[in-house]
Design a protein around this ligand. Structure first.
Ligand SMILES: Nc1ncnc2c1ncn2[C@@H]1O[C@H](COP(=O)(O)OP(=O)(O)OP(=O)(O)O)[C@@H](O)[C@H]1O
Ligand SMILES: Nc1ncnc2c1ncn2[C@@H]1O[C@H](COP(=O)(O)OP(=O)(O)OP(=O)(O)O)[C@@H](O)[C@H]1O
Lengths: 226, 226
């Protein structure tokens, strides 16, 4: 079972730790602030009060045995750097660091961080993407620059069959599923529920359909939006 | 053309403003700190130094005519609240507020924010989702009993074209992407990397291909495994 250490229980660290634990990953949460450790202990497998720049403290908690360590120490940049260096020296396969700016991010990479996250910048870009594409419902990053994207069917697609749209050859995207509102009769009343449909070649796109597609960001940006 | 105002040029605000401008949206960036306004003026349509709690200042910049206003004032919570209230009074259709905590988020919603973003919490969940699923695909958004499954291409599929396999009509599953090992030449050495491919109708399945498919659990259980 995947074992992840989250060091630094600010808003970012707490969010990572709780969400990981909820997904069935084994989580060790660490902070030098005892109160924060206390607040999270019911949500994770192990909550430890310790100074992460102390190699002994890390070893005594078997942090060297985790698959991933997330270093989410914010303002204390030196502590974050030192913790990262120690973790790589202890052989932790993947170390993810939260950085305040691109400058900080560069330094984390140079000292061995496998991945660097800038929350404000990431979620700023995520919001911008949604505001620029109001039909966007959700998207998920897949590996290798591929994204899974949900958006309202553009008017130009409606009434056309999946086959005739030829999304793969025209746009290099794959239509994964369609979410469609359908009328259901339930105890004498008609109500609308959303059904997930695996699109067949002869299926016709309806207005209000939500299309779930996969493709590279470049390919997705070429899809019609209106 | 979509017109968005970004008020507060911290890391989040700058990220939203620049990414929006790059997507072809008309952006007005505002901050009371002249230096920040100066730093962004080449990246947006209009960069204004002003106090956003001053209704006159907002009106003189036609902020009441934007489609969306993003209030990304961080530490100055009262200013963020007041700005939000003014924007809704001026009739801005959509006001998005950046909140520091769930408590702040609640208050923004109560005073009329249409949307509230908590960057640290959002990107923490996004990282957790990726760490919990190293192949980076999320099954939860494909609700309604649909699952995304990755499996080695069965021998019976190899050498066949995607079109001839007719997965959708035969098995009621959708082939999302194929992960395929390819040889790459890098500085005189040949190495193998895994590429993610959007399958085209004429593509032929190769041995060792990993097929990523979507379908109901029942449908997936009927796929050949050998
Ligand atoms: N040497 C250390 N060992 C363990 N924990 C530490 C150490 N130094 C700082 N921390 C912890 O890191 C946590 C996060 O730090 P801080 O709150 O500065 O980060 P932040 O990036 O502002 O957080 P947020 O995720 O809320 O934006 C704090 O709870 C702090 O106690
Ligand atoms: N009344 C105001 N009018 C205009 N701008 C303001 C006002 N009050 C604060 N600001 C600006 O809001 C900006 C963002 O605030 P601050 O840096 O506190 O936010 P933050 O949330 O910490 O930012 P980040 O996005 O980097 O996390 C600052 O540049 C500040 O000058």
């Amino acid at each position: 079972m995947r074992k992840v250490a989250v060091i630094g229980l600010g808003r970012f660290g707490v969010s990572v730790a709780k969400r990981l634990a909820a997904s069935g990953v084994q989580v060790i949460a660490m902070d030098r602030n005892g109160q924060l450790v206390n607040e999270i202990k019911d949500d994770v497998d192990l909550a430890v009060r310790a100074d992460s720049t102390d190699q002994q403290a890390l070893l005594s908690q078997n942090i060297d045995n985790v698959d991933v360590a997330v270093v989410s120490i914010g303002e204390n940049f030196e502590a974050a750097l030192l913790t990262t260096v120690i973790l790589k020296q202890l052989g932790v396969p993947e170390v993810v660091c939260r950085a305040q700016t691109e400058f900080h991010a560069e330094i984390f990479r140079k000292i061995g961080a496998d991945r660097v996250i800038q929350p404000e910048s990431e979620s700023g870009q995520s919001l911008a993407r949604q505001l620029a594409n109001p039909q966007l419902v959700d998207f998920i990053r897949l590996a290798d620059g591929f994204t899974l994207l949900e958006f309202h069917a553009p008017a130009s697609f409606c009434g056309k069959s999946i086959l005739s749209l030829a999304l793969r050859s025209k746009y290099d995207v794959n239509l994964v599923v369609i979410r469609r509102a359908v009328e259901v009769q339930q105890s004498g009343q008609s109500r609308s529920i959303v059904k997930t449909v695996v699109p067949k070649p002869d299926d016709v796109i309806e207005p209000d359909d939500i299309l779930v597609v996969v493709g590279s960001d470049t390919a997705l940006s070429k899809l019609p939006r209106e």
